[in-house]
Design a protein. Structure first.
Length: 163
């Protein structure tokens, strides 16, 4: 009898190739809702789960940001981190053509191109964080420093704070 083969995403293959330790969890999801829903399905604390957002500077230069799922990206802080005058979110319809991933399964690890990646500095408070694993229904857990290594991310303040 043939052994069932574990299906690996591009992100997982990259982590394996780089010998970066990670764990993964899967969940049933016919249609992606949001990061909070995914965290709840997996029983993960919201503060350790990070969503991946993709922006552009208006001249088709793309930048990737990972922020806590309950937070909102501050585009001014993001632009400053990226060294741009301004940034805007890319349209949902463009996510796959730009990144190679679909909405809900997007991660900075293993995109079509190595876009500049940034992670909110709050990740450094945790031993482990969770990010999408490259497809809907899959979350990867790894250390923030290993995430940094895997996608050459820069840590900085990225989230909107309420006065």
């Amino acid at each position: 009898m043939a052994k069932s083969k574990e299906v690996k995403t591009n992100a997982m293959r990259i982590l394996d190739r780089m010998k970066i330790p990670y764990t993964f969890q899967t969940y049933e999801c016919e249609e992606f809702i949001d990061g909070q829903h995914a965290a709840d399905l997996l029983g993960l604390p919201h503060e350790i789960v990070f969503k991946t957002l993709v922006t552009e500077d208006g001249t088709h230069n793309y930048f990737v940001f990972a922020i806590p799922i309950d937070a909102e990206l501050d585009l001014k802080k993001a632009a400053k981190a990226a060294g741009c005058k301004s940034l805007s979110m890319i349209h949902v319809k463009d996510i796959q053509s730009v990144t190679g991933y679909i909405r809900g399964g997007c991660t900075a690890i293993g995109m079509k191109k190595n876009y500049p990646a940034f992670m909110d500095a709050s990740a450094l408070r945790f031993e482990k964080i969770a990010v999408s694993g490259g497809k809907i229904g899959l979350q990867l857990t790894l250390s923030p420093r290993d995430y940094e290594k895997a996608c050459r991310a820069t840590f900085c303040e990225l989230i909107r704070t309420t006065p």
